[in-house]
Design a binder for this molecule. Sequence first.
Ligand code: PGA
Length: 249
Amino acid sequence: MRQKIVAGNWKMNTTPAEGEALAKAVVAASSEVKGVTLILGVPFTHLCPVSKAIAGSDVKLSAQDCSAHDKGAYTGEVAASMIAPFGAGYVILGHSERREYHGEDSAILNEKMKQAYANGLAPIYCVGEKLEEREAGKHFDVVTKQIEEVVFNLSDEQFDKLVVAYEPVWAIGTGKTATADQAQEIHAHIRKVLASKFGAKAENTPILYGGSCKPSNAAEIFSKADVDGGLIGGAALKAEDFIAIAKAF
Ligand code: PGA
């Protein structure tokens, strides 16, 4: 059976102290969640306090990005090798906000993937189309390209650790959610594209849905065969909502 995952993407929210308190609240309620891996995707500055807050629990830690370089004169960048020592097991890569505001393309993301794997971080690789792309019926092609140009460069061994997140850009932070059927349709497509390269292994890849996922709609979305969990932005900032989403399976 595929791993079920509910991952929070805190983005640039909370002070370190607030983040620590949020992580503690998630840990305190995490015993209510069965059979679902909980991951907290926190700002770099929060890796230290949050790693302490989740120590001894089953809650996992993720960064939201890493540098494409291993070290050196890259002011303001944070290397994967600086993230891993905090006990982080994951890194979100290719989020649409990074693609849009920081010009991240497949060439950069290939380098970031290499850095992540070299340092033992499993990528949560985000794909998804913009509104105009969906309206033009190009959403299947867009995600296919985002996968082919990056995921297809992974070795079989690397692929085994990959998590994919489908996040339609038009649904992120907008309150608009893809319908459960829209999510299933494209998740099944993503799995088919993955299988065209990696064969039956694609059956084991967790594919998460992201985009205005909340306690009220999570159960319906998670009920679909190829939806293995969620990447949660806004609703991950309240422990109660985050846990309610994880209990929606
Ligand atoms: P949202 O963000 O849940 O606030 O829409 C999801 C994401 O961008 O990961």
